[in-house]
Write a protein that binds this ligand. Structure first.
Ligand code: PLP
Length: 273
């Protein structure tokens, strides 16, 4: 396997970043996960826009998007696979121990792993921890993912594949690596960005393609929603058949099934050549 590291391809086994990399020592980095089908990245331009926004939010220099594009193409060409997950990581780079950044400039790594097709439906749990919609990192895709790691482990302990957070005011927010949608009176709703959720690319496309509305919702909407589904790069649109102890029989329901179908049909057009 080959990875891109700061300007060129290297063997995965021998590629090395500094043990003082700020991404490692203080989580000072941003990232993207991009789906690649037969070597073609999906919605790459949207992912690169978000990478730049996240970098700006963290005060990192703007990433050189031409290099990132070249890196993605080179890594995909060097590691052919039918369904892959490109991981773009961009950090504060080598620096002192502590919160001040060093002067060597950022680190860019682009790696590729195999991805598996997710099942059509899944179970989720709610967790007692909150997303902080007023955090300096709210809405940024940073490498500070510890809270998501803890919540996802809780989900796995309970036989679920995703954990859902409320924000600090008890409003429905998002999953550890997905956005959440609910169906109420036959209409699709998803929490607004002000809830503190990430501006998911799959969320954005689902809103565009299904007319889903952004609605501020209480967490307990999950107890009465007719249907619930998740969106993410690696899940696409995925129906939810259980929320905590509540079973949702007949999953996927008709509205979710239609959203899944629309996403599958339309997403073929969005593969970057
Ligand atoms: N929310 C969080 C916290 C995420 O990490 C992700 C993706 O990893 C998403 C939502 C879904 O975003 P996307 O559809 O761009 O994959």
């Amino acid at each position: 396997m080959k990875v891109w590291l700061d300007g060129g391809l290297e063997d995965t086994e021998s590629a090395r970043v500094s043990v003082f990399d700020h991404g490692l020592t203080v989580g000072d980095g941003v990232f993207e996960t991009v789906k690649a089908v037969d070597g073609r990245p999906f919605a790459l331009t949207r992912h690169l826009d978000r990478l730049s926004r996240s970098a700006r939010g963290l005060g990192l220099p703007d990433p050189d998007l031409d290099e990132v594009r070249r890196a993605c193409a080179a890594v995909l060409e060097a590691n052919p696979m039918p369904l892959g997950r490109l991981r773009i990581t961009y950090t504060g780079g080598h620096g002192p121990l502590g919160s001040d950044r060093g002067e060597d400039g950022p680190t860019l790594v682009v790696a590729l792993g195999a991805a598996a097709r997710r099942p059509d439906s899944t179970a989720v749990v709610t967790v007692p921890w909150t997303r902080n919609e007023r955090s300096a990192l709210a809405g940024l895709k940073t490498t500070s993912y510890g809270e998501n790691v803890v919540a996802l482990a809780r989900a796995h302990e309970q036989g679920a594949s995703e954990a859902l957070f409320a924000n600090t005011t008890g409003r429905l927010c998002e999953g550890t690596g997905s956005n959440v949608f609910v169906v109420l009176d036959g209409e699709i709703h998803t929490p607004p960005l002000a809830s503190g959720c990430l501006a998911g690319i799959t969320r954005e496309l689902t809103i565009e393609w299904t007319g889903a509305r952004e609605t501020d919702l209480p967490l307990d909407v999950l107890e009465r929603a007719e249907e619930v589904f998740l969106t993410s790069t690696l899940r696409d649109v995925q129906a939810v058949h259980r929320v905590d102890d509540r079973e949702l029989p007949g999953t996927p329901g008709p509205v979710t099934a239609k959203a899944m179908r629309i996403f599958e049909e339309r997403s073929g057009d969005d593969l970057d050549p």
